[in-house]
Design a binder for this molecule. Structure first.
Ligand SMILES: C[S@@+](CC[C@H](N)C(=O)[O-])C[C@H]1O[C@@H](n2cnc3c(N)ncnc32)[C@H](O)[C@@H]1O
Length: 254
């Protein structure tokens, strides 16, 4: 395993207990919501209405609530995650809520799933930020049938430029090179140490999508809601009212 896989598995196995409560709330939610600002599904429209008979793969499923929301619309869902501890939580919820989601321990950059097994691949802060885009976007392309859709949400490159490897909060200063964005290592951050994450400048995301045979159907930049909210994961509400802290891609494999 490469170092980011080892570090991120260690990080998420240790962090998993802190995600149980959040996961439970999302499994219980009457309507889906996304990302750090809990942006409603009605605004982002990430989940297609008709999913009966459709096969969905979630890459980096964590506690499994996104998989659950797709299952509730009729899809057959497989969730893949690198952390055994996160999957213990996800499987516990699946038992409790009588879900038939299949949860698999694995690396979203190279799953053991067969080619063309998915009509939809989805990620919310899973592969979307924890996997190397040059590995997981080709893997998503391999999993999808022609005409299949890749839908994912994670940090915007703006937020990544406005923080650095020290682990400080996102600020109004440009703290790292936009054009060099790729791998961000917070394992030795003096403030709030984390794992190893990834992002790209927008032009490189678009080049990668084209190279892997994706058409971009939509790109959304998420603004924090108008109602004042506490800081979320090192991002202040004030900052995220002025700049996009999160991004959404909706793609089709042509
Ligand atoms: C923020 S959580 C998952 C998001 C999910 N929506 C949730 O909040 O429960 C990120 C997840 O990505 C997983 N992850 C990190 N690297 C991964 C990889 N290479 N393959 C699969 N999962 C990975 C972590 O184990 C973690 O469970």
């Amino acid at each position: 395993m490469t170092d980011h896989l080892i570090e991120n598995r260690r990080f998420w196995d240790a962090y998993a207990p802190e995600w149980v409560e959040r996961g439970e709330a999302a499994w219980l939610a009457e309507t889906p919501y996304w990302g750090i600002w809990a942006t409603p599904e009605s605004q982002l429209q990430l989940i297609p209405e008709r999913l009966v008979g459709r096969s969905v793969v979630e890459l980096g499923c964590g506690t499994g609530y996104v998989s659950r929301w797709f299952e509730q619309r009729g899809a057959q869902v497989t969730g893949v995650d690198l952390s055994n501890q996160q999957l213990v939580t996800a499987k516990g919820f699946a038992r409790r809520f009588e879900s038939e989601i299949t949860f698999i321990l694995g690396n979203a950059e190279a799953t053991a799933l067969p080619k063309h097994c998915a009509d939809i691949v989805v990620s919310e802060y899973g592969a979307a930020i924890w996997c190397d885009p040059y590995q997981w976007i080709p893997e998503a392309a391999r999993l999808l049938v022609p005409g299949g859709r890749l839908i994912f949400l994670g940090h915007s490159p703006w937020a990544m430029v406005c923080t650095d490897d020290e682990g400080d909060a996102v600020s109004n200063a440009m703290r790292r090179s936009y054009f060099d964005l790729h791998r961000m290592d917070w394992t030795r951050a003096p403030i709030d140490p984390g794992g190893i994450e990834f992002n790209l400048p927008l032009s490189k995301w678009f080049t990668l999508f084209r190279a892997q045979g994706f058409r971009v159907d939509d790109y959304q930049e998420i603004q924090a809601p108008a109602v004042r909210s506490p800081d979320r994961f090192s991002t202040s509400w004030e900052w995220a009212r002025s700049y996009p802290s999160e991004q959404v891609f909706k793609l089709t494999k042509v």
